[in-house]
Design a protein around this ligand. Structure first.
Ligand code: UD1
Length: 356
């Protein structure tokens, strides 16, 4: 069986690695890896391939940045001939980025089977680009691998036949489990024992100058009690410059490698973020997570995990931070099947399917 994986952006890389590895253990599986080039900087892409020991891509579409339509269209145009030439039995796509939906559209038009890893997540907020990507990809997919039961429920409600859907657990946690021991050995110079680790890159938070200004002011307030360490996404850094905003004493860092970020996370007092994956990682690590969003497509991190939505409300952030500092932060448990074996479950299911 020929399985072709398509990845493109930073959060895809920790998801593809466990699946690639697990499929290597299966007999008669040929694998091809395509990188769309949605993320292209060394610290947004190459370093992840290196640390997660992902093979070099067989094909790089080198699409780069652009408006959502341009980026999606470029991926579609450049991917189509690759699929026509390579004739995979199934194409695996990951998560909810533009590379995911673009690939699903090309496959659907060519009649190539699609497997979606991390299917079924819904924020129910269609202003979020990733929500559109999730909805479209799941409608087009032939095999859907969900991280948690809420994903199955969402897909059921949207009319996806149950026989296409497999609850396999959270594949990103496989990478975390594998690399946490190395991450715990990393050292960042001049870091206090207690600090708040911050990441922000959602367009709704960083593309609007008033919103970003408000968040930075909240963070400067946090920084008076707890040092704020802030590896800054290129989109966010650019906006801070464009809008001429003040970051005062916040410790802005370049985007971190996977292992360095995991190390920073594992030692943080609290994490403040608008990322999807970090809500999950903190739940696994049992660390307080304050999410700067009004909704989440990962509700299990709230119902079972350590996540609390604070939106952009400074009062809510302040209240939750006080609870953390008083040692009264929300506690949680690790959701079922977030156990480091998800890649293997996916590989077993794929290997059990007959090729076209
Ligand atoms: C994308 C995903 C988002 C994911 C995030 C993780 C979509 C719709 N969004 O958002 O779900 O959480 O990746 O990072 O796919 N840039 C660089 N170097 C790079 C890549 C990007 O400088 O290697 C800059 C460019 O100025 C670019 C901007 O970052 O315009 C945004 O990149 P883009 O790929 O459009 O989306 P992200 O915001 O990274």
């Amino acid at each position: 069986m020929h399985i072709l994986h398509v990845v493109g952006a930073r959060p895809n890389f920790m998801k593809v690695a466990p699946v690639l590895n697990a499929l290597k253990e299966q007999e008669n599986v040929l694998q091809t890896l395509v990188h769309t080039g949605q993320h292209y900087d060394i610290n947004m892409s190459d370093v992840f391939f290196e640390q997660l020991a992902i093979q070099a891509p067989d094909v790089n579409l080198e699409v780069g940045s652009g408006t959502p339509a341009k980026q999606t269209a470029e991926i579609m145009m450049r991917l189509e001939p690759v699929l026509v030439e390579r004739q995979p039995d199934i194409v695996l796509v990951y998560g909810d980025v533009n590379s995911t939906v673009a690939t699903a559209l090309v496959c659907a038009k060519l009649g190539v089977q699609i497997g979606h890893v991390e299917a079924g997540l819904r924020s129910f907020d269609r202003t979020m680009p990733e929500e559109i990507n999730r909805l479209v990809t799941d409608q087009l997919a032939d095999v859907l691998f969900t991280p948690s039961e809420d994903g199955n429920e969402n897909l059921r409600r949207e009319g996806i036949p149950a026989e296409k859907v497999f609850l396999v657990g959270n594949v990103m946690i496989d990478s975390l489990v594998r690399l946490l021991p190395s991450a715990q050995k990393t050292i960042v110079k001049d870091l206090p024992d207690r600090y708040a680790l911050v990441t922000l890159h959602r367009p709704s938070n960083v593309d609007d100058s008033a919103a970003l200004k408000g968040i930075l002011e909240s963070l400067l307030e946090v920084n008076r009690e707890l040092t704020v360490v802030f590896p800054t996404h290129p989109r966010t850094r650019q906006r801070i410059v464009d809008f001429g905003l003040n970051t005062g004493q916040l410790r802005l860092l370049e985007p971190c490698s996977y292992v360095d970020f995991l190390g920073l996370q594992s030692r943080a007092t609290v994490v403040i973020t608008d990322s999807g994956g970090i809500q999950e990682e903190t739940t696994y690590l049992g660390l307080p997570c304050l999410t700067v969003r009004e909704n989440t497509e990962r509700p299990i991190t709230i119902s079972m995990g350590t996540n609390v939505l604070v939106g952009r409300d400074r009062g809510r952030l302040r209240t939750q931070l006080s609870l953390v500092l008083e040692g009264k932060a929300k506690r949680g448990t690790i959701p079922p099947l977030w156990d480091g074996q998800t890649g293997k479950r996916i590989a077993d299911i794929l290997a059990g399917r007959s090729p076209r």
